[in-house]
Structure formats: structure tokens, C-alpha cells
Write a protein that binds this ligand. Sequence first.
Ligand code: AHG
Ligand code: MN
Ligand code: MN
Length: 336
Amino acid sequence: MSMNRLVTLEQFIVDQQSIHKEATGAFSRIFRALELGAKMVNRDVRKAGLVDILGEMASVNVQGEVQKKLDVIADDTFTRVLSRCGEVCTIISEEQDDAYFVPGCEDKEYIVSMDPLDGSSNIDVNASIGTIFSIYRRTNTAVPPSVEDCLQPGINQLAAGYFLYGTSTMLIYTTGNGVNGFTLDDSLQEFCLSHENICIPENGKIFSVNEGNLSDFPPGVVSYISWCKEKDKSTNRPYSARYIGSLIADVHRNMLRGGIFLYPATENKPDGKLRLMYECNTMAFLIEQAGGMAHTGKQRVMEVMPTELHQRVPLYIGSTHMVEQVLGLLETEGNF
Ligand code: AHG
Ligand code: MN
Ligand code: MN
């Protein structure tokens, strides 16, 4: 990349702000905090094999899952930087039982939701992990902040994105005006625009699902998966199965290449596994902005009205044509 085409994240945000005159500096401050948090977590991730931060902590989070040390480190890091930026009133996190109201910021406008470390089962095996975030506006800043403030549907997101700590470190984000990607230049420690206006192909040939759970999936999903594996030249089948086990990394690949990611309901877990507020809404906003689709099998993800912070929903997300096909089969063959 020649220097005269180099656009840093900071420059990009400033440019966007001058296009949208109504935008205040608050957004830049929140993004600067997120960027700093990601650089700190990235540093810890990169030396994860060298220092004693691998392995499990004794504590268990509200979802009943064992927290990894890096989960806790990432949660703590992002909470600290967001608290200090002076614009965020409330932080909700997959790793926190309750909402955190930032002391001294009770009258501020913004709520940040986050999954500080997504794909944590991949930490110890050096596969891609990431941080997911969304920004919402409080409905009423004149009253004290509350959990109810946070229970907003995904369509209310002002911005959403993820940092991917992969082969390189990336930020992908949207403010509702398309999706752009930035890659961290290690030597400059700057996120530089590398993927402008990302569009997901309308169709693809990658399906991503934990097939180990196949016998528990709804009949419509079982039919779709066996259809993906059939041989048929005219539709480019069989498709390829790709599953990392990090939502971020799986959706990232599918967004760039075309494909579908499924985390279905099962009979015992009718809401699936993934969390609406920390994972699904963010990815849904990004994928829709890139031209794809995100659905629970019953409704558009971003229209689900949350009733609790740690709520889960089934997820079918990716290339429009593929998601529509699964929805058709859920309808005709059966859903839970
Ligand atoms: P987290 O690490 O934040 O708990 O999220 C893990 C999630 C998601 O990233 C991934 O897509 C999914 O769990 C994988 O679940 P399975 O191991 O059940 O396939
Ligand atoms: Mn996660
Ligand atoms: Mn997590």
C-alpha cells in the first residue's frame, strides 16, 4: 500500500464525522477506547503461549461456563478503557452477571455491549479468537441508568463490530452505512483501512455448523445439511464444511467468501447457545449491512425484543440465498 493511500482508523472516523455533521466527538472517543482495549488484549493474546495466562480460572460466569484467564483479562481491559473514555454510561458483558454503570457517567448517552473474548475454547490451541461489541443509545438520560435501558432490539444499534485476533489482527465495523475492515499494522500499531465496503456474496458454498449435534437439530436443518453434501454440478455441490468454533472467525470467513453459519435450536435447548445481546445482534447488523441475512428461524435477529441480558437465540446467518433456503426447509420440514 503506498503511503498516500494509507488511511488509519482514526482518520477514517474523523472523515466519517465530517460527512455526518450530526455526529459528535463521542463516537470517536468510544472507538478510541475500543481500539486501545483491542491493542492491549492483542498484546496479551500474542504472548499467550509465553506467559502464564493460559488455562482456566477457578471462577464460573453467569452462564455456568468456566472462565478462561484471557476472558477475564479481556473483560477487565475493555471495561476499564470504556469506563475511562467518559462517554459510556453502561457496559453489559457476557462475562458480567449484571450491567455495570460507570461511576460518574450516569448522565451519559451510550451503552456498550460486548463479548470480550469470543471463541475462548480456541485460546489454548492458538486458533482465532476475537472481541465483539455494539453501541446503543439510552432511551432517556434524565433518569438513572438501568438494565431496562439495555434491553433494546438489535435494530437500535448505532454501531457494531468485532476485533479478530487471527493471523493478523483486524477490526470490522459498521455504523449503518456499509461495513469496513481495518488491519493492525504491527510496526505502526495502527489499524489501517484494508477492506473497504465489504459485501457478502449472495450465495456461497461453505456451511459452518457443529455437526456433532446433528441428531438434536430440527428436521429442517438436518435436511439442509444433507442437501449441502449431495453431489450436483449445477449447484456446485457438495459444499465445503468449515467450522472453527469461534463465531467471529466463522462469520468473518463466510462474509468474505460467501457461506452460511448455523447455530440451531435443539429440543433440549430451544434457544440455541449464542447470546442475543453480545454475539447475535452484532453479527446480524454487520452481515445485513454487508448485504446478507441473519435469522433465528422464526424472526429477523435484530427484531427480537430482549427480555433479559443473557438471553440466547438460534442463529442462521450469512449469504442471503443460503439463509433463505434453510428458512424454507425449517418451514416445510420442521423447526423446534
Ligand atoms: P464464547 O467463547 O464467547 O463462550 O463463545 C463461543 C461460542 C461461539 O464463538 C462459537 O460459535 C460457539 O460457541 C461454538 O459452540 P460449540 O462448541 O457448541 O460448537
Ligand atoms: Mn462468544
Ligand atoms: Mn466470550
